[in-house]
Ligand binder design. Structure first.
Ligand code: ARG
Length: 571
């Protein structure tokens, strides 16, 4: 990247064309033999009043004079209007590999974020409901984004906006009072709470007065009634215990669990501001906000006719609170696409209230999980529990490792890391708006594009390094300028692009950019590994190749880490 910018500046000086424009034109040619990067000169023809071929000839001529033997750009060719640049491989390899070996797990980090605060709100399950596989989308994407922003020098605040408030808790309290048994619930909280919640809906169909009862209980909850609040807290504590188990398994932590209930006392201010600004309108007893026609948004209810607040009101309060508390630069919500309209409404309300930071709020949406070819072992109906899926993945991984005659001692630990990694990889493999197709064959395909494949590549690399050390080989002072072969140099170029991949993942809020990147690196390294016996290479080259292997391992470990996936030394 730096070399491209250097060239763009040189050419800008020579032509008077803006360096930025030139830099944008620079691209990677489709074929290796056409250079490491190239600049098409066609768009200069008009201003320079010469044919593109002539322009590229002249520029090549004059650049050659400036790129001395010490330059990392080794050669410039002019071919029919294109300037093709060839790197000095020896120099580029030395620079890239030594930088990785020096910076190690810090490689790829920048301080471009300047410590500005980025809030990543993710996971946010609803209490008293099962933690199902769909929750993993938000959990995996959000966790990864928080690590990506962290790497770029932002101050990241991870928030779990728990769904712990709303009329459904009135229903649950009513159900509990009718059919609940504390001991039964304590033994298996979420399942039992779900059972009585489902029963509530069944009975309410026969007897609609139950709905009024539920509304009454939620009203009591909002008023802070002691008995009802104590019950709600009991539901919440029991649920949190289960959620925490999932987060621990996935290695995920939050800075704040301020969920919907946290804002229950912060709503009057929202209503007040809306009222003062004349934004509230009465409609069938409820207070609503209407949007300008060009937004094409349906009106949003702020207060229901009984005076209670809704989900959207709490989100407005939460955004204001977050701005005051964290003074965020970006406030990211990792929530499924079905809630896109909701966030459009919430952000528009904030804008209407006159908060100029409304456009720093970003909804990062994602698609559904689909199970095309199998029935998962589920404990209730069509709800696929995350815990069941993780356990199944770990068990299947263990079977595969056992069949491979691996002699590792810590098979349970390894199976857990590979099994969970395989699931996370699957959830971060494609663009987040695409549906996730869940098939075990793909997830645990150790040879395909999968978590285990990348983890295996890492373990393979580490095993050569162990072997080298066991044989007394010290590659610390290897001559890295020997890494000029096509295959080695291709890997070096990819490793040099790590920072760019991280930046692009942040720009698009797409962890899959990292998944794609590191899978490509792993594939390229495996090709190299299979075609060349590293340990049997001639001594100097062997050492340089070992150093390259270590750099690949450093990048794989770091990239998988950004996806929330752990590596293992042996598998
Ligand atoms: N609890 C919600 C659900 O499970 C997701 C919350 C999303 N975040 C928010 N700020 N509204 O659907």
């Amino acid at each position: 990247m730096k070399d491209e910018l250097y060239i763009a500046n040189l050419i800008a000086e020579k032509t008077g064309i803006e360096a930025e424009k030139i830099a944008q034109l620079i691209a990677i040619p489709p074929e290796e033999k056409m250079g490491d990067f190239a600049l098409p000169c066609f768009s200069f023809a008009k201003t320079m009043r010469r044919s593109p071929a002539l322009i590229s000839d002249e520029l090549a001529e004059s650049l050659r004079k400036e790129l001395g033997p010490d330059s990392s750009i080794g050669r410039v060719e002019s071919v029919k209007g294109y300037l093709n640049f060839y790197m000095n491989r020896a120099k580029a390899s030395s620079k890239v590999v030594s930088e990785i070996l020096e910076k190690r797990e810090e490689y790829g980090n920048t301080d471009i974020g300047g410590k500005k605060t980025v809030i990543v709100e993710f996971s946010s399950p609803n209490i008293a409901k099962p933690f199902h596989i769909g929750h993993l989308c938000s959990t995996a994407i959000g966790n990864s984004l928080s690590k990506i922003y962290d790497t770029l020098g932002y101050n990241v605040v991870r928030i779990n906006h728990l769904g712990d408030w709303g009329t459904q808790f009135g229903k649950l309290i009513s159900a509990y009072k009718r059919w609940g048994d504390r001991d039964i619930i304590l033994a298996d909280p979420i399942n039992e709470l779900l059972k009585i919640y489902v029963r509530f809906h069944e009975e309410a169909e026969k007897d609609p007065s139950l709905e009024d009862e539920a509304r009454h209980y939620f009203k009591l909850l909002e008023e802070g009634d002691e008995e009802v609040t104590e019950l709600w807290q009991f539901f919440k504590d029991a649920s949190m215990k289960e959620f925490s188990r999932m987060y621990k398994k996935l290695g995920i932590e939050f800075d704040s669990y301020a969920g919907e209930s946290f804002y229950s006392d912060k709503m009057p201010e929202v209503v007040q501001i809306l009222q003062d600004k004349g934004l509230l309108e009465e409609s069938e007893g409820a207070q609503i906000v209407r949007f300008d026609d060009d937004k094409k948004l349906p009106p949003c209810i702020i207060l229901k006719s009984d005076g209670s607040t809704i989900y959207a009101t709490r989100d407005v309060a939460a955004a204001i609170y977050r701005k005051r508390t964290y003074d965020f630069y970006k406030n990211i919500y990792v929530v499924g696409i079905p809630q896109a309209l909701h966030f459009k409404q919430v952000f528009s309300i904030i804008e209407k209230m006159g908060f100029d930071w409304a456009d720093s709020c970003v909804h990062v949406g994602f698609g559904y999980v689909r199970f095309p070819d199998r029935v998962l072992s589920t404990r209730h109906g069509d709800v696929v529990l995350l815990e069941d899926v993780l356990n199944e993945s770990i068990a299947k991984t263990k079977e595969i490792i056992e069949k491979s005659n691996s002699d590792i001692e810590n098979i349970d630990e390894v199976s857990e890391k590979i099994g969970i990694g395989a699931i996370l990889y699957t959830f971060l493999k494609n663009g987040r708006e695409k549906d996730i197709i869940f098939t075990w064959d793909d997830i645990l395909d150790f040879e395909g594009e999968s978590g285990p494949y990348v983890q295996y590549t890492y373990a393979r690399g580490r095993s050569i390094l162990r072997k080298a050390r066991a044989e007394g080989v010290n590659y610390e002072n290897a001559d890295l300028s020997l890494l000029t072969g096509d295959s080695e140099y291709k890997i070096v170029k990819m490793l040099a692009g790590f920072g760019k991949a991280i930046q692009s993942a942040a720009d698009k809020n797409e962890p899959c950019q990292i998944t794609r990147y590191i899978t490509d690196v792993a594939q390229e390294f495996n090709k190299f590994y299979n075609n060349c016996n590293i340990m049997k290479s001639e001594e100097g080259l062997r050492d340089a190749r070992l150093a390259l292997t270590e750099s690949v391992c450093i990048c794989i470990k770091k990239a998988l880490g950004l996806l929330g996936i752990e590596t293992v030394e042996r598998m």
